[in-house]
Design a protein around this ligand. Sequence first.
Ligand code: ADP
Ligand code: MG
Length: 512
Amino acid sequence: ASQDEVIKQKESLSNELRCLRVELQQVRDDRDRQVTQMQALTAEIVKYKEFTGKSCAELDNLTIKSNALEETCSSQREHIRTLQHQLTAANEKLKMADLSASETRTEFEEQKRTVCELQERLADAEFQLIEGEKLRKKLHNTILELKGNIRVFCRVRPLLPEDGVGTEATVIAYPTSTETLGRGIDLVQSAGQRYPFTFDKVFSHEASQQDVFVEISQLVQSALDGYKVCIFAYGQTGSGKTYTMMGRPETSVQKGLIPRSLEQIFQTSQSLQAQGWKYKMQASMLEIYNETIRDLLSTNRSSGLDMSRTENGAPGKQYTIKHDVNGNTHVSDLTIVDVCSINEISSLLQQAAHSRSVGRTQMNEQSSRSHFVFTLRISGVNESTEQQVQGVLNLIDLAGSERLSKSGSTGDRLKETQAINKSLSSLADVIFALAKKEDHVPFRNSKLTYLLQPCLGGDSKTLMFVNISPDPSSVGESLCSLRFAARVNSCEIGIPRRQTTVKPMDNRLSYG
Ligand code: ADP
Ligand code: MG
């Protein structure tokens, strides 16, 4: 039994052992599987670790990048904000600008309207001015017609260093009372004797060439309107006749009436072109020396001073004066030059100055012993109105008016002086005869008066400058000049009329 028991036990144990062995095998298998699994997992872990390392580096990189980007981003955000600020400011400004632009536009419109209005008013005013100017001219002419006399202007030249006196030795005074202001002149002799004179205008030594010209420009203008105009300069040698008439043509301030008149005539004739006027001008220049006409523009003259000894200017030339029925004067053989520009005139003036004979007296070696006559014939045609005008402008620088003793003349000079005195007294005779309306006017008594016959009296406008020297040693001559001028000033010699061919005119100028 016990053996059985034990066998039984042994059997059960063997069984158990078998079971356990199986179990063990199972566990071993299991372990192996686990080991493999673990190995796989380890490998996987390694792989993952590697991967993770890479990722970390990458992450670091990315973090840096992202930081940088964030920085950029924030700075850009800042930038955007400032830009936005600026934008709003700009918008604000734009709005303001728009506002002010529209304001400006309205203002502009308003101003445009004002300008238009002003322009209209200006045009109106200009029109009125032109009308007024026309009226003024008409009235001016009417006044001259009513006055009908020769106008006389007196001009006193300044004291010159060569006069050899100080300014304290004043012999000229200008009355200041209102009725003679600018028209009166008193000559005071050393004894205190005072001789008052009044003229149409008195120019003191302070008057400039322009001041003088302003007063005669109207007269020059009337030559363009078809009048015959004579402007004389009378006075003793050295009193400023040549300065007044010619001055220094090359300087703008000192040029005299002749260059200024020509300039004005050219300018006005050009501006009248707009109204349809076409002008043609012809100039001649002559001098009358010892009752002989000499052509100052002749090109075939021999040298100037020699010629002054020849009685007849260029040989074979007669220079005969003739007047036609229309009151136009012709001098045979006289050079007549068509002038189209002011430049031509100035070269003519130079040519004339060169050929002018100049004598010497004790008083002024530049003094001219001849009468200088510049004549500008102006003929104008208006194509739209078919009006024609023919004007003449004579500018005459007379020879010195001094009496014999003062020039200390003998011989040839005596003859010259006598010729001058004769022709000046003939001029006076003509003026006084015209004034007295005498039947016979002695135009033919001298070449000068005969030459100027159509331009003296009747149809013409005459102005005489009496030039006065303020030098105390000239008081005697000045008194003579002023007395002569005063007599001339009191003359009424007719009514100036213009020569036009639209209305037929009666030829009432037949004195000679
Ligand atoms: P005239 O021709 O009467 O003999 P001028 O015209 O030759 O006299 O003048 C004599 C001098 O006086 C010249 O030297 C001239 O320059 C000078 N003269 C004349 N008038 C004036 C003036 N208004 N202003 C300055 N100088 C003058
Ligand atoms: Mg002179």
